[in-house]
Ligand binder design. Structure first.
Ligand code: GMT
Length: 374
């Protein structure tokens, strides 16, 4: 099949997932065309059935807000026509699903089917904004098929947008890499005196509650010699630094910003912290489980569908620092419990979020939609 993938190329989970999906579809023999404003940061154009088509945005004095959605629609229509695409799979509703609708209107009789995958903030945050809500609902209703990355996100989309048509839940997948050696070296560098290691990786937006991560470290350190590795960057980075200084934790926190070897960093840690206010899935929690790292997270959104309470990690209410800290302390001091959870995490990641099962679901959705009249 010939498949166009549209996503944000930046650090977020939706772009990471879309990029890996493209790689995997290409490995299965499909022709895959990425359409976005710059190459997604994890994209490897190392196969002759993988392509990247940049969306270029011209600047005109008269136009104060140059419109990416329009340029994207034109590019999607062009690529669909030139490459004879069967499917356009758009990740994140805004503006991608809207541009896909427009692209179809621009095309003649041969139009690709549009599959929209909802990832989270396109529904729970940005999509709710009155400036966008109507167009998000319209674009979802005019997609040929809609998927959501968790049951919770499906429910929220139906409730908040009054969507009556079916939304399929297709969970995110993750393929662990061989990072043991790199992870061991990293661990020696970060904890030379045998300290325990906590990790948090995100885009440092308010929804991630990074200051809670730091407060958990502060509380854990009252009993356990633990350090924290922070990966990623975003608008809350200065607030995070302030909290670290206020709590006097500067000697115990390492900031590594946005890195390419996130996998090895996660695999090197003892516990992953994800205290988010909202999370439709929590891809990083799945990554941690796949590397045998127990997760201590909130019970927000779709996280409980990924992390099984008491089996692959622990869940607490949003903002409940003491419960999260207590759970972390338990995991850092009970080696048997830690290894049981590590094994259970790996097993769950493979069993429910393995690449083959999830790819088959997407392939069967593509096969269905191409049969529908466009
Ligand atoms: O978490 C973010 O802020 C990034 C965002 C995105 O759209 O890139 O992530 C969303 O999609 C991920 C992949 O499906 C999910 O794992 C995240 O839970 C979801 N984020 C939120 O719902 C806040």
């Amino acid at each position: 099949m010939k498949i166009g993938i549209v996503c944000y190329p930046t650090l977020g989970g939706s772009g990471i997932l879309a990029t890996e999906l493209g790689h995997q579809l290409a490995l299965r023999g499909h022709q895959v065309h990425f359409i976005t404003y710059e190459p997604p940061f994890r994209l490897k154009l190392d196969a002759d059935n993988l392509f990247f088509h940049p969306v270029e945005l011209a600047q005109y004095d008269l136009i104060r807000y140059p419109d990416y959605a329009l340029a994207l629609a034109v590019k999607m229509a062009e690529v669909s026509e030139q490459e004879d695409l069967d499917v356009l799979h758009v990740h994140y509703a805004i503006p991608h699903a809207t541009s896909a609708f427009l692209a179809k209107q621009l095309l003649g009789t041969k139009r690709p089917a549009v599959v929209t995958t909802l990832h989270g903030t396109d529904i729970t945050l940005v999509g709710r904004d009155p400036a966008y809500k109507k167009v998000v609902k319209f674009s979802i209703e005019h997609s040929d098929r809609v998927t959501a990355v968790s049951e919770d996100l499906r429910r929220q989309t139906e409730q908040d947008f009054g969507i009556k048509s079916a939304i399929d839940v297709v969970y995110n997948f993750f393929i662990p890499k061989k990072v043991d050696y790199e992870a061991r070296e990293m661990r020696e560098q970060l904890t030379p005196n045998g300290e325990k290691l906590l990790i948090h990786a995100s885009n440092f937006r308010p929804v991630k509650r990074v200051s809670d991560v730091i407060k958990v470290l502060g509380s854990v350190r009252q009993n356990v010699d633990a350090r924290l590795l922070l990966l990623g960057s975003g608008i809350d980075i200065d607030a995070a630094r302030n909290t670290i200084h206020r709590l006097g934790l500067q000697d115990y926190v390492t900031f590594w910003g946005a890195r390419s070897n996130v996998d090895a960093c996660i695999a090197a840690a003892d516990v992953l912290l994800l205290p988010s206010l909202q999370e439709s899935f929590g891809l990083v929690a799945l990554e941690a489980m796949a590397y045998g790292v127990p997760v201590v997270a909130t019970n927000a959104g779709g996280i409980p569908e990924v992390v099984t309470e008491g089996v692959t990690g622990y869940l607490a209410d949003v903002g409940d620092i003491e419960t999260m800290a207590r759970r972390v302390r338990t995991l850092l001091t009970d080696d048997d419990l830690h290894s049981e959870m590590a094994i259970a995490g790996r097993k769950r990641a493979e069993q429910y979020f393995g690449v083959d099962a999830i790819l088959s679901q997407y392939e069967s959705i593509y096969a269905d939609v191409v049969k529908q009249p466009q």
